[in-house]
Write a protein that binds this ligand. Structure first.
Ligand code: ATP
Ligand code: MG
Length: 643
């Protein structure tokens, strides 16, 4: 029975939103524009399903795009249906696949303590080792093959199929064979190391679901599946869903907006929504009210997006912003700013933002097509003492102390990992000066038949590092020998370094660590070291922002989010849209993707949108972005504003 806050929350929905939340007649696609409540509907639906089945044992699977989104959804559902946490698996595709492989990877010969390589540096080191081990023909640092290997994996092309595939796609025979060989060696080295990269998580989960019994098992355990941001699902992710669903699964619920497909470079495809409707025989529901943006912004967004020809025209536009509660504001909904140079643009925006009070800054985002523009504005904000928070994934901790701690835990978990031992030695050296030699350690480890980590502990103690580091080493050694639990170990190690007067990077890392630790505990309860390290690899190491921080992000980093005030910088030709997208053809698929990026960015704004451009970037003259003209917002006076 629905009581209390869940009933209130469902009561606030529109009729059509409620229909989607309460839909009980098979597969459903909610196809709707930005701010129309897709994520809200999906969250309410999970809560309603849990609330309606208190004595059932089945679980609900909800897949979101980022861990941050998953965590927020989890918190909301826990508030709406307290005590139901165990029954909802709310995760990213990658996180879900990691869980699946932990439980069932043994069918593919995997051990559950596999490592997930999230850092490019780890993957490059692995490829170098693979090439060195496997063939004479490669340069030792031939890591340029990595993007080619990633692109093949993102299309589910196996090493055996790679050379023929590449030749069909305009690569010479010789180059194709070399890439295919590098790919095969890379895969063999991953397997030998019991390690996975992000693409392998999906590919191997896909392979495991080849066992019909396992797919059936998942259909029984997870009776309802829900997918947010379906438009950015790539081929392997979609194939995984289909394989898991078999021919008989019907309780699929997806929400999507074709106009927000911004991951085509990663294999997303605007046509995949059509495949979903056909393959799963989905009914389609549309939500037409935009609850987020003021009408002027909705109109500008709609004027922009009609320039794309590759669209699902069956979707009605979200023009009717009528249900949105009116907000009191003296500010124009949209302003356009023009500056003489990119440096002036960064300074101008930073100066405006610095004048806001802390609460307003916390609700402000500055977005750009690329990171370079954001870095200049970040420097300007720092010089004005304005705190910033990056809307980007950080793959690794920033301080050598925390990198060392992670490397130490990994080595304890996987005693034979030679590459990780090199990282452990290097990170420790960088904050203590203790220069140990890997080969020497390895010889001693083999001669004495003891683990590398044991030899490292002995050698470090002999090198007598300064006090906080030596205490941290002793603490880690006690964890290795089973005398100390993980949370206590980490707490003591952090205290050791804090006692030495920690720097900004270390403090940021500690804040990130605590957030990650909390998220893992909330999602999984007490976990093994294997699982802890895998979950850590899947999560961003960004610190928790200090209150009043301005959010800075690329358009991709802002997906699904909303802010009172949004600045979109760099609205100039060859910046947004990018040079790459306009260089050949003015109607290319790449240009349409840029336009969708602009559409996503401007529809993040709840109150006002500030569009800025400079007349020169890096000293080169640039024309105003065609997107300004398409939105009907081209103005030329400096700092002129359009109401
Ligand atoms: P995007 O496409 O950008 O991901 P979305 O369709 O997922 O957007 P939501 O983020 O779910 O949209 O909702 C946008 C905003 O509108 C949120 O602040 C949400 O709380 C609010 N909202 C959604 N539905 C309603 C409603 N019925 N009444 C009031 N506010 C609503
Ligand atoms: Mg959403």
């Amino acid at each position: 029975m629905i009581v209390g806050t869940l009933a209130d929350t469902i009561g606030e929905l529109t009729d059509i939103q409620r229909k989607a939340v309460e839909w009980d007649e098979g597969p459903l696609l909610v196809l709707a524009g930005p701010g129309s409540g897709k994520t809200r509907v999906l969250t309410c639906r999970v809560a309603r399903l849990l609330d309606a089945s208190p004595n059932e044992r089945f679980r609900i699977l909800a897949l979101t795009f980022t861990n941050k989104a998953a965590h927020e959804m989890k918190s909301r559902i826990a508030a709406l249906v307290p005590g139901s946490e165990e029954r909802a698996e709310i995760n990213t595709f990658h996180g879900f696949c990691a869980r699946l492989l932990r439980q069932h990877g043994v069918h593919l010969g995997m051990k559950p303590n596999f490592e997930i390589y999230s850092r490019t540096a780890d993957r490059e080191a692995l490829l170098k080792d693979a090439l060195q081990r496997g063939s004479d023909g490669f340069e030792h640092d031939d890591t340029r093959f990595l993007p080619r290997i990633d692109a093949l994996k993102a299309r589910l092309i196996s090493p055996e199929q790679a050379d023929r595939y590449l030749m069909r796609h305009d690569t010479s025979r010789e180059a194709s064979e070399r890439i295919a060989l590098a790919y095969r060696l890379y895969e063999e080295e991953l397997k030998r190391s019991n390690a996975l990269d992000f693409n392998s998580l999906i590919i191997l989960a896909h392979q495991i679901l080849n066992y019909p019994k396992l797919a059936e098992h998942f259909r029984t355990i997870y009776r309802y599946w829900l997918i947010d941001e379906f438009q950015d699902t790539n081929g392997p992710q979609y194939d995984l869903l289909r394989r898991m669903a078999g021919d008989s699964f019907h309780q699929l619920f997806a929400v999507a907006d074709d106009d927000q497909t911004i991951y085509e470079w990663n294999g997303a495809n605007v046509r995949r929504i059509g495949s979903l409707v056909k393959d799963f025989e989905c009914e389609v529901v549309q939500l037409t009210d935009n609850f987020r943006c003021p009408p002027g912004i909705v109109e500008a967004a709609n004027r922009l997006v009609v320039y794309n020809v590759r669209r699902d025209l069956s979707k009605r536009s979200a023009e009717a912003a009528k249900s949105r509660p009116e907000t009191e504001t003296n500010e124009s909904e949209i302003r356009c700013l023009v500056f003489p140079s990119d440096a002036g643009e960064a300074r101008g925006i930073a100066t405006e933002v610095a004048a806001l009070d802390a609460e307003e800054r916390g609700q402000t985002a500055i977005l750009a097509r690329n990171r370079a523009l954001l870095e200049t504005v970040q420097d300007e904000l720092a010089s004005l003492n304005v705190p910033t928070a990056l809307l980007a994934r950080r793959d690794d901790f920033a301080s050598p102390q925390m990198r060392w701690l992670v490397a130490g835990l990994k080595q304890i978990n996987r005693p034979l990992d030679r590459r990780n031992m090199v990282t452990l030695i290097e990170t420790f050296r960088s904050f203590t000066g203790a220069a140990l030699d890997f080969e020497d350690l390895e010889v001693r480890s083999e001669a004495g038949q003891v683990a590398l980590m044991t030899v490292w502990f002995d050698s470090v103690r002999k090198a007598s590092p300064p006090k906080p580091a030596s205490k941290a080493v002793d603490t880690l050694a006690r964890f290795a020998s089973g005398d100390k639990r993980l949370p206590d170990t980490v707490k003591t190690v952090i205290e050791c370094f804090e006692s030495k007067g920690a720097d900004g990077d270390f403090n940021d890392d500690v804040s990130a660590w605590r957030r990650i630790e909390r998220e893992i505990r909330q999602a999984h309860g007490a976990v093994s070291l294997d699982q802890f390290l895998q979950e850590m690899a899947l999560r961003s190491k960004q610190p928790v922002p200090e209150p009043g921080s301005v959010s800075l992000g690329t358009i991709h980093g802002a997906k699904g989010l909303e802010f009172d005030r949004v600045y979109l910088m760099g609205l100039a030709e060859e910046v947004l849209p990018s040079w790459h997208s306009v260089k050949n053809d003015n109607s290319s698929a790449a240009l349409e993707e840029e336009r969708r990026g602009c559409f996503v960015a401007i529809t993040r704004a709840k109150r006002c949108l500030i569009l800025s451009r400079a007349k020169t970037y890096r000293g080169w003259k640039k024309r105003p972005s065609r997107f300004l003209e398409e939105m009907g917002l081209l103005s030329d006076g400096p700092g002129r504003s359009l109401a």
